[in-house]
Design a protein around this ligand. Structure first.
Ligand SMILES: NC(=O)c1ccc[n+]([C@@H]2O[C@H](COP(=O)([O-])OP(=O)(O)OC[C@H]3O[C@@H](n4cnc5c(N)ncnc54)[C@H](O)[C@@H]3O)[C@@H](O)[C@H]2O)c1
Length: 282
């Protein structure tokens, strides 16, 4: 008898999480999505029901350990196994270090970093008991290259890369795989969540998301393949991949480029023009 596999996706009601949910559903997996957004969760569930073997949506806040435990246990009660967890839920922040509030720092850390920590911790308990499982952490190119005026977002995503690399060696002996995904900008609803001391930040992020040559569906395809191939690192955007190679192999040139972006932003601020997150990957 063929084994029916199960995927659990946080932030599964929108953007990349939704694209992933629909991708796994098309492959005949059981799909559990968790999100804060009830309306989008219900809408995504309706779409999943046309192709997934079985699917359900849980109202779940990744800032709450009890929400995650409750969701995990509901999946196990329904399907008895979990093959893949995708820690995808995330929000955006932007702002100069002296102008960003500590509240915004705490908020983005609790979701983008601690949300991933909680997903890794509580699903690893299950994966160790089962003797198999795969964790996907959605970081960002911002976790590898760090542009000016993005310090809180950059710090959370760099943290996700560090956790993923740590778990790669730590969990392999238990039969647990890990993939970390570092995309640049792509079109989703991420701009809606943006917190920044600059009133027009959400509009600017929105513009940047629209510049991508690849879509959430393309990235979902790449992630699906990476899990099948047990690949650790997914860098979906060719342009940002080149930037990362520049940082690794020609750090002097990379430093000059970041200095230039910083000077341009400072100049725009002194002219009180719109501040852009130009060149910064989300
Ligand atoms: N869109 C981009 O350009 C881009 C680039 C790099 C990385 N990412 C990352 O991709 C991931 C998915 O984002 P997206 O672009 O699809 O954005 P999105 O806003 O379309 O989707 C994010 C989802 O996460 C949910 N969410 C937010 N806070 C939550 C919480 N506390 N608990 C549960 N769910 C919560 C939102 O309700 C939303 O449905 C994020 O981690 C983001 O940082 C996005």
């Amino acid at each position: 008898m063929q084994t029916i596999k199960t995927v659990a996706i946080t932030g599964g009601a929108s953007g990349l999480g939704k694209a992933l949910a629909l991708r796994f559903a098309r492959e005949g997996w059981n799909v559990a999505i968790a999100d804060l957004n009830q309306a989008r969760g219900d809408e995504t569930l309706q779409q999943l029901k046309t192709s997934a073997r079985d699917a359900f949506f849980s109202l779940c806040d990744v800032r709450s350990a009890s929400d995650i435990l409750h969701w995990r246990d509901a999946i196990l009660a329904r399907w008895k196994r979990i093959d893949v967890v995708i820690n995808n839920a995330g929000v955006a922040t932007h702002g100069a270090i002296d102008r960003s509030s500590e509240d915004d720092w705490n908020w983005v850390i609790d979701i983008n970093l601690m949300g991933v920590v909680r997903g890794c911790k509580y699903f690893t308990e299950t994966f160790k008991q089962q003797g198999f499982g795969h964790i996907v952490n959605v970081a960002s190119m911002a976790g590898l290259i760090h542009s000016p005026e993005m310090s809180s977002y950059n710090a959370t995503k760099a943290g996700v890369v560090a956790i993923s690399e740590t778990l790669r060696g730590e969990l392999k002996p238990y039969g647990i795989g890990i993939t970390v995904v570092c995309p640049g900008f792509f079109q989703t609803n991420l701009a809606e969540s943006t917190r920044s001391p600059d009133a027009d930040a959400s509009k600017m992020v929105s513009k940047l998301l629209a510049t991508s040559a690849i879509s959430a569906d393309d990235i979902a395809d790449m992630i699906f393949l990476a899990i099948a191939q047990k690949r650790y690192l997914v860098l979906p955007h060719a342009s940002y991949r080149r930037l990362w190679y520049l940082k690794r192999f020609l750090p002097f040139l990379y430093g000059r480029m970041m200095d230039k972006i910083g000077r341009k932003i400072a100049l725009m601020r002194s002219h009180k023009k719109n501040i852009s997150t130009e060149g910064s990957p989300t």
